[in-house]
Design a protein around this ligand. Structure first.
Ligand code: KIV
Ligand code: ZN
Length: 524
């Protein structure tokens, strides 16, 4: 029997740490359902102690999922307890606690003399903290994972001690992260082999790996680790994650499927759901999949040159090592239009992986008809955008009620916006260098706020000249940045919505509120 590889998905935790990606609780729930359909073995649903929103997301996913649900916790009692509280209702809960182990991290994060005066003393403190965190987590549940953060740059002797200690304390999975994506495949593989030799109690736990992609080696490192004894891989859909991202789930599982001849392991993944999952995650997070991305990119199965096309016509295997169908890419486009009925829409949404109630269906159907009036042909990606815009959108503090823009080759661009907040409506106008600038200026005037725009992007999310345009804007305030996303067939409206959403996030974060009274507008 070939050995099983546990697929641990961390899209909702490390993936959400991707610059610009942010998911609300409804989007997280829907992605978790899709990950269950994809048949991942573990879903890391979030970092409960880090914010009330994270806590709620983990709690709600835990309450409805039959998959193992992990919650992240630093090696601190408050974190571990919070993870337990969020996971209470899970059928299969897992606390995932972590602590840094490389000298560079220890000296930086534990600089205070209370952790010891020398590196040796500080290392001892970290060892004890690791033991205590795992032992404490173990008082709540049997399934406990320990991660040695920056294991990729940790001295192998010390790493072996830490792992042995964590297993002694009760860890059932020990994770070896290459946190900074620093290792070479041969080096990382040797590390796993070495741990198998050095750690006396290693057979009492599953070795896991968690690779980042700073040098583009995350997938290669994960696979080499498997070949050297790792039996769990941590990865994300589309490879999203901190900085350059995490190892991509679809690349790992397809590599293991396609190259069974040299890496024969059992993975329980439902391969034909890969594409739907990728599109859903990209749609909700706003993190675009590059066209040449392996497995799920727009061009992953496109054959452009004459020689390749000719070869493909003669025998598909000439240039194709896997079929698009095997990952759920449907070559035949299904198009809906204004004459499509509610039932047809419901069936298609279900095929795309969405779970909607009758009440939600009515909402999305109304939006669908409005869109079909504007653009006649409604593609799958349009439906994905509608789902994000209509069903999972949370009530915003300030919503764009109306917008009018005057622009042309010889006119000064002018915009008027009307913004609704509760019962109040704020209306303002402004000019600008272009129509988008005019709208932004009008919004800034209306809310008496002038955020620094860090990045602003517009792209078409669907095909054809009536495509839906999506705008993504990041604004910054000190240490924190806030991302807003807006879609519309009109890119100026999409930009206005995105800008307003980013401002909303900033205001929610800082707990400020725009007050409208007879003296004007002020931010409190
Ligand atoms: O990259 C990392 O080290 C992590 C740990 C928390 C597992 O994400
Ligand atoms: Zn990570």
């Amino acid at each position: 029997m070939n050995e099983r590889i546990i697929i641990f998905d961390t899209t909702l935790r490390d993936g959400e740490q991707s610059p610009g990606a942010s998911l609300n609780v409804f989007e997280k729930l829907e992605i978790a359902r899709q990950l269950a359909t994809l048949k991942v073995d573990v879903i890391e649903a979030g970092f409960p102690v880090s914010s009330p929103a994270q806590f709620e997301a983990v709690q709600r996913i835990a309450a409805e999922s039959e998959v193992i649900i992990a919650g992240l916790a630093r090696a601190k009692e408050i974190d571990v307890k919070s993870a337990y509280d969020a996971l209470r209702d899970a059928i299969h809960p897992r606390i995932h606690t972590f602590l840094c182990t490389s000298d560079i991290h220890i000296l930086g994060k534990f600089a205070d003399s209370k952790y010891g005066l020398t590196l040796e003393e500080k290392r001892k403190t970290v060892l004890k903290m690791s033991y205590d965190a795992v032992a404490y987590a173990k008082t709540f549940m049997p399934d406990v994972e320990f991660s040695a953060e920056d294991a990729g740059r940790t001295d192998i002797g010390y790493l072996a001690d830490i792992i042995e200690t964590a297993i002694d304390a009760g860890a059932t999975t020990v994770n070896i992260p290459d946190t900074t994506g620093y290792n070479f495949p041969s080096e990382f593989g040797n590390k796993i082999a070495e741990l198998k030799k050095r750690v006396k109690n290693i057979d009492k736990a599953i070795i896991s790996v968690h690779c980042h992609d700073d040098l583009g080696l995350a997938v290669a490192n994960s696979i080499t680790a498997i070949q050297n004894g790792a039996r769990q891989v941590e990865c994300t859909i589309n490879g999203i994650g901190e900085r350059a991202g995490n190892a991509s789930l679809e690349e790992i599982v397809m590599a293991l499927k396609v190259r069974k001849d040299i890496a024969n392991y059992f993975i329980n993944i439902n391969f034909s759901e890969i594409y739907n999952t990728s599109r859903m995650v990209s749609g909700f997070t706003g993190v675009v999949v590059q066209p040449n991305k392996a497995i799920v990119g727009e061009n992953a199965f496109a054959h452009e040159s004459g020689i390749h096309q000719d070869g493909m016509l003669k025998n598909k295997q000439t240039y194709e090592i896997m079929t698009p169908e095997s990952v759920g890419v449907n070559k035949t486009k299904i198009i809906l239009g204004r004459h499509s009925g509610r039932h047809g829409l419901k069936v298609r949404l279900k095929e795309l992986g969405y779970h909607i109630t009758e009440e939600e269906l009515q909402k999305v159907y109304d939006a669908f008809l409005e869109l079909a009036d504007k653009k006649k042909e409604v593609f799958d990606d349009d439906l994905r955008v509608l789902m994000g815009d209509e069903i999972y959108k949370v009530q915003e503090l300030y919503e764009l009620e109306y917008m009018h823009v005057n622009a042309g080759t010889k006119t000064i661009p002018t915009a008027t916006v009307r913004i609704k907040t509760g019962e109040n409506v704020i209306q303002e106008s402004s000019t600008g260098d272009g129509p988008v600038d005019a709208v932004f200026n009008a919004i800034e005037r209306a809310l008496s706020i002038k955020p620094t725009v860090e990045s602003y992007n517009v792209r078409s999310v669907t095909s054809g000249r009536q495509a839906l345009g999506e705008s993504i804007i990041r604004i910054r305030s000190g240490e924190n940045s806030f991302t807003g996303r807006g879609t519309s067939t009109d890119i100026i409206e999409a930009s206005a919505k995105a800008f307003l959403q980013a401002i909303n996030q900033f205001l929610v974060f800082t707990n400020s509120k725009v007050e409208v009274n007879e003296n004007g507008i002020s931010i409190k």
